[in-house]
Design a protein around this ligand. Structure first.
Ligand SMILES: Cc1ncc(C[n+]2csc(CCOP(=O)(O)OP(=O)(O)O)c2C)c(N)n1
Ligand SMILES: CC(=O)[C@@H](O)[C@H](O)COP(=O)(O)O
Ligand SMILES: [Mg+2]
Length: 642
């Protein structure tokens, strides 16, 4: 007998209210369709895949049981939100994700009422959810807050700060720990072992047993004396976990892919009188797509790929090496030369290249989990005791450890080395990941040396310079992506601290470039020369200390000077302006302009379009020079003088 045709369900689901019209028994089919839709979409757009595949059932169950958007659902990091976006009115735009004018790759308040809180940097969800919960409590408004946090994100201190305060929220706060035993790399530390013990030592909690336990374990109103009883009861319910010590009722482990059981469990949790409750859901990163499940990284982040084979379209290959790879090789060379050099990453071994370093020096490479604050002070301790630590942390993620940089490193003048990858604009990850502020937040600190590599050869020499620099903290910034194809030094050269270099001599215009915008500065010089304006280009190399001698010379021997950096206001250009002002050069009529990132958070787009939007390409430099010289007789776009 031919099987009854299956009616597609996803086409009927535009918002969670549509899911709630379905029978529980229909949800597994919806999960299959949602998973297929996500695989199809990401195969055309690229993006974060593995984490979203792992939460398809959780996404459906949460929206089925809770009254979203009135109940506030907050995803930690937000990279797993693609299924959530598909069933909250954004299926039609899901293939625009991470593209200019398209959907953000993370949750974003401005995008949807179903995204009550933006994310992208990890471990913020419980704090934010607690805020929503307490606000509802104070306003005597109904409504719960549900934080979904991964096992990786649970390794960050901020999560514990929030849990330590969560008792205030009672049953208005629910935390769902999405435990797939993966961060970007395998998770690290004792928490990972504790979770693994919880998962391996117990069967999945059956909904029926949970209902009985919750009924028995949630006594009525408690006064202080009985509170202890409640603690014991709580421990009795589930056998005592770290989370109970932090004031949560622990529910788990539960099967994060059994959508019908998840619904029943979440219905019990929703209706419980006491709280907060933490549901420990066990999932698989990459679930339901073989190439992802079988990949070491579970297809955490992918480019476009062929669905059948899973083969990613990584382009023709060859070409200049990625800055990340150049850094990793340079660091390995320093570690081979000097056994005191050690390397630290905060859960980003592949992103920073420290996975290659760890392969060569496993005993001197440390992945501390998503714990940038700890990483920095851990490095400070290593430095204080005589080692030479390299902290390899994306520029944007170092923001999380700023006080540690100031208080534990700069004030004590400890020789910690900071390798700031993804400095500047990053394209598809958008404003949350742009490394815009490191020059502003580091160059203001006494004792710091801050460098920016103009190309991959410079980066090699700067890593060597850092390895030798024992007199205080030192940082190098470099962008996401590939180098310029310049030959790498066979023998790294130590740079003289605070000294820049003239890349090309001229007379009328001086371009003071910091970092990889040097390429555009040289193109601008060609364009200006074609207009009869002789142009000097300097690669300044150091944002701190400034090469004051070179800067004074350039500012006083050219008609106009322009600084350019891929950083927000308050960085290199600001410090040059301060020097010019302190020297009275402004009074003397100096024409000085600074080109930097705009005072706005730039949404995701292609890097080229982002630089155009930021005004940091050659034509923008030319236009700035002509305006400063008031040379209206020269057409900024045309070659010859008008
Ligand atoms: C503060 C911070 N550091 C580093 C990252 C980079 N990062 C993005 S996702 C991720 C791993 C998250 O693991 P988990 O929370 O378990 O989520 P899963 O990918 O397993 O679903 C990391 C380290 C980040 N987003 N935020
Ligand atoms: C979600 C997250 O924070 C990381 O996956 C990040 O997107 C990685 O960035 P890169 O792709 O630049 O390594
Ligand atoms: Mg995980």
């Amino acid at each position: 007998m031919s099987e009854r045709p299956v009616t597609p369900l996803l086409d009927q689901v535009h918002f969670p209210a549509d899911i709630r019209k379905l029978q529980k028994s229909e949800l597994p089919q919806l999960a299959d369709e949602l998973r297929a839709e996500m695989i199809s979409a990401v195969s055309t757009s690229g993006g974060h895949l593995g984490s979203g595949l792992g939460v398809v059932e959780l996404t459906i169950a949460i929206h089925y049981v809770f009254d979203t958007p009135n109940d506030k659902l907050i995803w930690d990091v937000g990279h797993q939100c693609y299924p959530h976006k598909i069933i909250t009115g954004r299926r039609d735009r899901i293939r625009t994700i991470r593209q200019g004018g398209g959907l953000s790759g993370f949750t974003k308040r401005a995008e949807s009422e179903y995204d009550p809180f933006g994310a992208a940097h990890s471990s913020t969800s419980i704090s934010a959810a607690l805020g929503f919960a307490i606000s509802n409590k104070l306003a005597h408004k109904p409504g719960r807050a549900i934080a979904v946090i991964g096992d990786g994100a649970m390794s960050a201190g901020m999560a514990y700060e929030a849990m330590n305060n969560a008792h205030e929220a009672g049953n208005r706060l629910i935390v769902i720990l999405n435990d797939n035993d993966m961060s970007i790399a395998p998770p690290v530390g004792s928490l990972r072992n504790s979770l693994a013990r919880l998962v391996s030592s117990r069967k999945y909690l059956a909904p029926r047993r949970l209902a009985q336990k919750l009924a028995r374990a949630m006594p009525g109103p408690l006064h202080r004396a009985a509170r202890k009883m409640e603690e014991y009861t709580r421990g009795w319910v589930t056998g005592g976990t770290l989370f109970e010590e932090l004031g949560f009722y622990y529910v788990g482990p539960v099967d994060g892919h059994n959508v019908e059981a998840l619904v029943e469990i979440l219905e019990n949790v929703r209706d419980a009188e006491e709280g907060p409750i933490l549901v420990h859901a066990v999932t698989k990163k990459g679930k339901g797509y073989g190439p992802a499940e079988n990949a070491a990284d579970k297809y955490h982040g992918v480019v476009k790929f062929d669905i059948v084979s899973g083969k990613q379209d990584k382009g023709p290959g060859g070409g200049p090496p990625a800055y990340t790879s150049v850094f990793a090789d340079a660091l390995k060379a320093e570690m081979a030369r000097d056994e005191k050099v050690v390397a630290i990453t905060a859960a980003m071994p592949s992103g920073t290249g420290l996975d290659k370093v760890e392969a060569a020096f496993p005993d001197r490479t440390f992945d501390v989990g998503i714990a940038e604050q700890h990483a920095v002070t851990f490095a400070a301790g290593l430095a204080a005791q005589g080692h030479r630590p390299f902290c390899a942390i994306y520029s944007t993620f170092l923001q999380r450890a700023y006080d540690q940089v100031v208080h534990d490193v700069a004030i004590q003048n400890l020789p910690v080395r900071f390798a700031l990858d993804r400095a500047g604009l990053v394209g598809a990850d958008g404003c949350t990941h742009a490394g815009s502020f490191d020059l502003a937040y580091l160059c203001t600190l006494p004792n710091f040396v801050v460098m920016a590599a103009a190309n991959e050869a410079e980066l090699v020499n700067m890593v060597h310079t850092m390895a030798l620099h024992d007199s205080g903290p030192i940082a190098v910034r470099y962008p996401r992506g590939n180098g310029r194809g310049v030959p790498l030094p066979v023998t790294p050269q130590a740079l003289e601290i605070g000294k820049g270099r003239i890349a090309r001599e001229g007379k009328t215009v001086a371009i003071l470039s910091l970092g990889t915008r040097l390429e555009e500065a040289e193109k601008a010089a060609d364009m200006l020369e074609a207009k009869g304006l002789s142009t000097t280009v300097a690669d300044m190399r150091f944002a701190k200390p400034l090469d004051e001698e070179l800067i004074r010379k350039l500012l006083t021997t050219h008609e106009v000077a322009v600084t350019i950096e891929e950083a927000a206001i308050g960085g290199f250009g600001a410090h040059v302006l301060t020097l010019a002002s302190d020297d009275g050069l402004i009074d003397a009529g100096l024409k000085l302009r600074t080109l930097r990132l705009p005072d706005s958070f730039q949404d995701q787009d292609s890097p080229q379009r982002q630089y155009d939007e930021a005004g940091l390409n050659a034509p923008h430099i030319v236009e700035t020079v002509l305006k400063a010289l008031r040379r209206n007789d020269i057409d900024a776009d045309a070659g010859a003088i008008a």
